[in-house]
Design a protein around this ligand. Structure first.
Ligand SMILES: *Cc1c(COP(=O)(O)O)cnc(C)c1O
Length: 447
């Protein structure tokens, strides 16, 4: 997010008591920035094709209803991968024509519901196609139906997020012996199968590799259509995966760059014959989120300064468990929410509140020496961070607040998600039936 807007918002979050001694963690979302990213995405593809494009936001990147609503109002849809995500999209008012269901483990009930709603479904494997066969035979559906393929183009720098490797669990592995012919056959046997889907991975994949994956899928569509003698595959879902720059405030690479690269590398995909679906997640939200946490104590250990804050593994799970792959920028503010001045920067650890040694947001980070009451801000955390709570130590989910800054420097907040209360933690932990395990185990249940 723009650093001036961030500074204004941090100051206002303190002034307006979103971040306090008793509410020591809060997450901020820059609504202006989110809108700008959504507009940039739409403009980037509109500049390279006249064909219809559905930009389905990958709900897993920020599973918050008001965020989905904001993106819907900005012209986007929703890519969902579980009953929960579908329910969130529906609660946000996302219409069926803008929803795409992609999970690799859809149950028969989920498939039935999706087809009844008319939302797009991408099948993952031949067994799922067989389930769709049975459903489609029984009742015709409005749902556009597709098949996910894995072009096996290789991975990026983060193994766990590379979905187009030789042995990825997603889609039909195109380069496996005989697989390509079986995919073509699957389409010829199913006139209702009209889409191809691929998603090569998230973060750590170079644009050129993403483009190679898209080209492979485009070529497969051409092959299927030639074999069918008609334009059977009419839409290609190119997935998401635009990487995010976690090292500065710059938003690079841009959607415009990626769309231009795709239209250079795969011109046939943009000549108007194919509708497009995209599924970007991280790149729409990451730069617009800031996680704030108060410093509770400071100390030294082995002569290293350590600031013990309230943000750790519960809100920055990936960074804590895999700090090399997911480093986060940290900014320091004082107790009033002003950028922390002070002496020369000092290497210090920024620790979280959880009870294990690895619960660190940053190690040996050069920052003005932190003091109790100061605020640390973990930047670029709008996707896959504060909205992805991990319940270690029964730490509460922080409140999430959207904000808009006025010309005069005023900042207005809206609650996206209120902070979780301790009573809610107890209730979600079986607090309503503490005697459950003291039942009379000698008799069968219900007897
Ligand atoms: C996670 C995921 C996305 C979004 O990836 P980003 O890196 O957040 O853009 C899109 N499509 C599918 C199928 C996914 O699993």
């Amino acid at each position: 997010m723009a650093s001036n807007r961030r500074d204004q918002a941090v100051r206002a979050a303190v002034d307006q008591a979103l971040l306090t001694g008793t509410e020591p963690v809060a997450a901020l979302l820059d609504v202006t920035g989110v809108r700008a990213s959504a507009a940039a995405l739409r403009a980037a593809f509109a500049a390279v094709t006249d064909a219809p494009v559905l930009h389905a936001f990958a709900v897993k990147a920020s599973p918050l209803v008001p965020v989905l609503r904001l993106l819907y109002e900005a012209g986007l849809g929703a890519e969902v991968a579980s009953p929960g995500e579908l329910a969130l999209a529906r609660a946000a008012g996302v219409t069926a024509d803008r929803v795409v269901l992609d999970s690799p483990a859809k149950t028969p009930a989920e498939l039935r519901e999706a087809l009844a709603l008319g939302i797009a479904v991408n099948a993952d494997n031949p067994q799922e196609l067989a389930r769709l066969d049975a459903l489609v035979r029984k009742t015709p559906t409005r749902s556009p139906l597709g098949l996910r393929v894995n072009p096996q183009i290789g991975g990026g720098t983060i193994e766990a997020l590379s979905t187009a490797t030789a042995t990825s669990k997603f889609g039909i592995a195109l380069r496996d012996e005989g697989a390509r012919a079986r995919v073509v056959r699957a389409f010829l046997d199913r006139p209702w199968l009209t889409r191809l889907h691929t998603h090569s991975g998230s973060q750590g994949l170079p644009l050129s590799l993403l483009a190679t994956g898209v080209r492979e899928v485009y070529e497969l569509a051409e092959e299927i259509n030639a074999a069918a003698g008609r334009h059977q595959v009419d839409t290609i879902d190119i997935g998401g995966g635009l990487p995010v720059n976690f090292t500065s405030d710059e938003e690079t690479p841009t959607y415009a760059e990626y769309a231009r690269l795709l239209s250079d590398e795969v011109p046939g995909l943009f000549d108007g014959r194919y509708g497009l679906v995209t599924e970007f997640g991280r790149s729409l939200l990451a730069k617009h989120g800031t996680l704030l946490a108060r410093v509770e104590y400071t100390k030294t250990s082995g002569s290293r300064p350590i600031a013990v804050t309230h943000a750790g593994v519960q809100v920055a799970t990936r960074t804590v468990y895999d700090p090399i792959a997911w480093p986060l920028r940290i900014a320091a503010y004082d107790a009033r929410g002003l950028p922390k001045a002070g002496g020369p920067p000092v290497g210090q650890d920024v620790a979280g509140p959880a009870c294990f040694a690895g619960d660190l947001l940053a190690v040996q980070r050069s920052l003005p020496l932190l003091e109790p009451g100061d605020i640390v801000a973990a930047l670029d955390t709008g996707a896959y961070y504060f909205a992805h709570h991990y319940t270690y130590n029964s730490l509460a989910r922080p409140g999430v607040y959207g904000f808009v800054t006025g010309e005069d420097g005023t900042v207005r907040f809206a609650t996206v998600r209120p902070p979780q209360t301790v009573a809610e933690i107890v209730a979600e932990a079986g607090g309503g039936h503490p005697d459950a395990l003291l039942a009379d185990w000698r008799h069968p249940a219900g007897a």
